[in-house]
Design a protein around this ligand. Structure first.
Ligand SMILES: [Zn+2]
Length: 374
């Protein structure tokens, strides 16, 4: 699930860095990825769907070289603005996910374009489990992506290496941002020298004693991935689905704790502990440890944290009027149960510090100045 406030690499030990690359894939991505692989530096590439869709070959190479591929939206919008004009942010996530080299139930890391985010955006995305379930993010940073501002100002590779070293030494650890490509500013793409920058920067950082880790080695992000998965399923009158002694599901005031696995193509499996919800021969929903097609359901989102489920028999899930248990007995959508999911557990609340805010504001001023002067 998406967190109300950005996550970062603050929990990393000193002298430990996690490299991330935004806005690709582009023409420098393969060079960068191969070089980092040879240097033993695992990285995360937050790709833009509209570029990624034309380069599945680059995405597979990233995975082959031990890198992680994350979601950076389809069109690279300023998300709070996009949502304020009724832009469909769920679609930005789902469209990009369809081109990512991920298995349906993999954790997917997300970075917001320009780092712009709000608790309202997180809430909007979390209303649809398909666009939020396996996500960890937004992933912020300790050392910002100053590279493109340097190329914009016509500065040298050496200048950029110096500023990265200075910023990294100041932070001492954390997530570092680079740009293997530059979204939107077409005129700036040919000026990208981030590959050359890395070839000077990585040896210097190694000489200074820095270690490099992949994003899934950051403890707080691991916790966020685990925490996001549990929820109760409410169904009218504040009652929730609960496992009963005969292994069917009834509505009670307590409620069992579920989690969900994406199966691809808009399909899901529901789990209770390590067992899967499945259909018995009489179409009653029960549990199995060996899932087959009877444990896979179509997920049909309904606004406001709700959804319906349709079984492989073509029937929707609903509460059976005779025995009160959850069954695949509704032939038409009109009779389907509309589940309301209620996440369990507290969401990570890593607030952006005043210092980080000031750095962002200063960076913004520098950018505007450089635009005015160029
Ligand atoms: Zn970006």
């Amino acid at each position: 699930m998406f967190t109300a406030h950005s996550l970062n690499g603050n929990s990393l030990p000193l002298k430990t860095l996690c490299f991330t690359f935004d806005d690709g894939p582009g023409k420098h991505t393969l060079d960068i990825a191969k070089y980092l692989f040879e240097e033993g530096v695992p990285a995360t590439f937050f790709v833009v769907g509209k570029y990624a869709i034309n380069h599945p070959d680059i995405l597979s190479s990233l995975v082959n070289w031990n890198h992680t591929v994350g979601n950076h939206t389809f069109d690279h919008p300023d998300i709070p603005y996009y949502v304020s004009v009724n832009g469909n942010i769920q679609e930005q996530i789902i469209r990009t996910e369809t081109v990512l080299p991920v298995k349906p139930d993999d954790t997917i890391y997300f970075r917001a374009p320009y780092g712009k985010w709000s608790p309202e955006v997180a809430a909007e995305l979390n209303t649809n489990l398909l666009s939020s379930l396996n996500y960890v993010g937004p992933i912020h940073w300790e050392v910002g992506g100053i590279d493109c501002w340097y190329w914009l100002q016509g500065k040298s590779v050496e200048d950029a290496v110096d500023i990265y070293i200075a910023d990294i030494e100041k932070a001492g650890k954390g997530i570092v941002v680079f740009h293997d490509e530059i979204a939107d500013m077409e005129f700036l793409k040919p000026a990208n020298k981030t590959y050359e920058l890395l070839k000077q920067l990585v040896p210097k950082l190694k000489a200074l004693g820095y270690n490099f880790v992949s994003i899934d080695q950051i403890e707080t992000l691991k916790d966020a991935a685990k925490e996001s998965l549990k929820f109760q399923l409410a169904l009218g009158q504040r009652k929730a689905l609960t496992l009963s002694n005969d292994r069917s599901f009834q509505l009670t005031n307590s409620g069992s704790s579920f989690n969900m696995q994406k199966k691809g193509n808009g399909q899901v499996s529901l789990l209770l502990e390590n067992s899967f919800l499945t259909l018995s021969t009489s179409q009653i929903v029960t549990l199995t440890s060996a899932p087959d097609e009877a444990a896979i359901f179509d997920y049909i989102p309904v606004r406001n944290n709700r959804f319906m489920l349709r079984s492989h028999t073509g029937n929707y899930l609903a509460i059976d009027k005779n025995n009160g248990s959850l069954s695949a007995n509704a032939q038409f959508m009109r009779s389907a149960a509309i589940f309301n999911y209620i996440p369990i557990g507290t969401q990570a609340n890593t607030k952006i510090s005043l210092k980080e805010r000031m750095v962002l504001i200063k960076k913004g001023i520098r950018f505007v100045k450089s635009k005015l002067l160029s």
